[in-house]
Ligand binder design. Structure first.
Ligand code: FES
Length: 303
């Protein structure tokens, strides 16, 4: 059984030939971080070989694919991919205080911190809310926002969506983040249409109470994202990270320029277009994104 020495822990693990450094570390209680759960999709399990590099098998392709873009030197290996074949000494590289708690959940929960999923992302924003709220008492503002969120949650619930982030007078919602139910992109668009209707129906109430109504604008995009829990303890939230999120936010903002209420991306049209009453708009630049993008104004769902 080859001896694997982990630094700075000074723990020696009797490894089984062919197992990974991560497996050897876990068995010996060494807190080698593994944010992606050992899927070669992060770099938190990085180690530096200190002695006996021949004690590890050469890096497989997927390991090189992670480390090369980071410019890592040859002595740096991924703990979840480096397989043991002889005695070796390695130093964990992710060793800052609290890193273990932040990047590893294997002790309590053998699930990775994130999973890649195809998600529908919906951004919604109450148009002109800042001006609207200026004339309101702070408690009235809270009341109006809570009414809005109640309408939003009802619309999302009907289409199996979930608010992932509140953004003051708007929010981000995810479809398909936890499990693949139906078609996430189409459900997101349906939820957006339902929310627009709900806010329309709410208008008379607002006009009667506050002298003016509100409108909502919605942007929907569809694509891959890493869905995972962010934050600590009670404040942990399940959310999505990826370009699809940033793009969805930009799509929602494009409503202002076009004077539309619900815009979707070409990616949404590709997977759900046959169900949507939508028209293509002239290509437009999106802040922070290269090139020009064709967005579609959706007015309804085909029967
Ligand atoms: S645990 Fe993520 S790459 Fe090794």
């Amino acid at each position: 059984m080859p001896a694997v020495r982990f630094l700075p822990d000074e723990v020696v693990s009797a490894a089984v030939s062919g197992e990974t450094l991560l497996q050897a570390a876990r068995r010996a209680g060494v807190p080698l971080a593994s944010a992606c759960g050992g899927e070669a999709a992060c770099s938190t399990c990085r180690v530096l070989i200190i002695e006996d590099p021949a004690g590890l098998e050469p890096p497989p392709e997927e390991e090189a694919a992670v480390l090369a873009p980071l410019g890592a030197e040859a002595a740096v290996r991924l703990g979840c991919r480096a397989r043991v074949r002889g005695p070796v000494t390695v130093r964990r590289l992710v060793i800052y205080e609290n890193d273990e708690a932040v990047t590893t959940r294997w002790k309590a929960e053998p699930e990775p911190l994130g999973r890649e999923r195809m998600v529908g992302v919906l951004f919604a924003d109450l148009r002109g809310f800042t001006a609207f709220s200026e004339s309101l008492l702070p408690y009235d503002v809270v009341h109006v926002l809570n009414r809005f969120y109640a309408l939003a949650e009802a619309s999302l619930d009907r289409h199996a969506g979930r608010i992932a982030t509140y953004l003051g007078d708007g929010f981000m919602a995810l479809f398909g983040a936890e499990e693949a139910v139906g078609e996430p992109a189409l459900r997101a668009v349906r939820a957006g249409l339902s929310l627009i209707d709900a806010v329309d129906g709410w208008k008379p109430y607002l006009v009667a109470l506050h002298g003016r109504g509100l409108e909502v604008s919605v942007g929907v995009h569809f694509g891959p994202a890493v869905v995972g829990a962010l934050g600590h303890g009670e404040s942990r939230i399940v959310t999505a990270v990826g370009d699809v999120v940033n793009t969805a936010a930009r799509i929602e903002q494009a409503n202002r320029g076009f004077g539309t209420h619900l815009l979707v991306s070409e990616a949404v049209m590709r997977v759900a277009g046959e169900h949507l009453a939508a028209s293509a708009l002239p290509p437009v630049g999106l802040p922070g994104k290269s090139g020009r993008h064709v967005l579609y104004a959706v007015t309804g769902v085909r029967p």
